[in-house]
Design a protein around this ligand. Structure first.
Ligand code: PAF
Length: 296
């Protein structure tokens, strides 16, 4: 496994190995603190492309809360070991200056519209602007054929899809299923900050999502959502910031289940001091596959 800190060296290497053409590069951007979710992206990339590049960069511009940034877990040595074991080919670990040369914080001129203003965006002002800024920069450096993202960050997937479409970036977006702990908790780098009690409470987020999906055929969606919000509110460790169903891809509001309308049910909550997000896909037939998000 090759590790690069400089973009020019990474680009030179990728050009060299593709001297004869015919290679395809899969890219898995991360902020480190890797877990099974990231590693599943590596293995999907390995199956679908010839060279898998992962990046580790904790991007300060996407944190609207400086405490969150300061507390973000850093474990580079362990991450490198995990990537090596997962068979990752190349790791890019740029410095801040490498990603933002000469200290520029130039934001991308792109109106994200609805997906950039609701739910996560409303709760974390500036977050998605920071995400598209860094993802655009990383895509420009790595120039992958396929970009692999996890469905757990559903709104992020929609926003990045919009970025790709808007700038007509020559990259295909692949979205992989959320990887869950055995009890249903969506894997996240933030889970390691939960204490034992909070970890127990955190299970309730995915339970609420699955409960709603399971009971949709017998109960009204908005009623189910309200009930689950009330139930979650009885846990003093949990503070729900939203639990909402939206139309898939456009993320338009939706509170009645219309036939065959593919929906995503999203939740964000603070469990103790740790903010967690999760989502599941729903359709009235409940047989939906993850769509490839194109234009949003
Ligand atoms: O999902 C993440 O870890 C980050 O938002 C990403 C895509 C690596 C950009 O910093």
């Amino acid at each position: 496994m090759k590790v690069f800190q400089k973009s020019t060296e990474l680009q030179k290497y990728l050009l060299e190995i593709n001297e004869l053409g015919g290679k395809s590069v899969g890219f898995v951007p991360t902020m480190g603190a890797l877990h099974e979710g990231h590693l599943s992206l590596i293995s999907i990339s390995k199956a679908k492309t010839t060279t898998t590049v992962a990046s580790i960069f904790v991007n300060p511009t996407q944190f609207n809360d400086i405490n969150d940034f300061n507390k973000y877990p850093i474990q580079i040595d362990l991450d490198l070991e995990l990537l090596l074991n997962a068979g990752c080919d190349v790791v890019f670990i740029p410095s801040f200056e490498e990603v933002y040369p000469a200290g520029t914080f130039e934001k991308i001129d792109l109106d994200l519209g609805r997906v950039g203003s609701i739910l996560e965006a409303a709760n974390r002002p500036g977050h998605f602007e920071g995400v598209i800024q860094v993802v655009k920069r990383l895509l420009d450096i790595v120039q992958p054929d396929v970009l692999f993202l996890g469905q757990k960050d559903y709104q992020q997937c929609c926003v990045i899809s919009k970025l790709i479409t808007h700038f007509q970036l020559p990259v295909k977006l692949e979205i992989a299923d959320t990887v869950r702990e055995i009890d249903g908790l969506a894997m996240s780098s933030r889970n390691m900050r939960l204490n034992t009690q909070e970890r127990q409470s955190a299970i309730k987020l995915s339970k609420a999502l699955f409960h709603i999906r399971e009971h949709l055929h017998e109960q009204d969606l908005s009623e189910l959502i309200l009930e689950q919000k009330e139930l979650l509110a009885t846990d003093p460790l949990i503070h729900v910031s939203y639990l909402e169903a939206v139309k898939q891809v456009s993320m338009e509001p939706l509170d009645i289940l219309k036939n065959n309308t593919p929906m995503t049910l999203l939740i964000a909550a603070k469990v103790g001091e740790v903010r967690l997000i999760d989502n599941i896909l729903i359709s009235s037939s409940q047989t939906l596959k993850i769509p490839e998000i194109k234009e949003v």
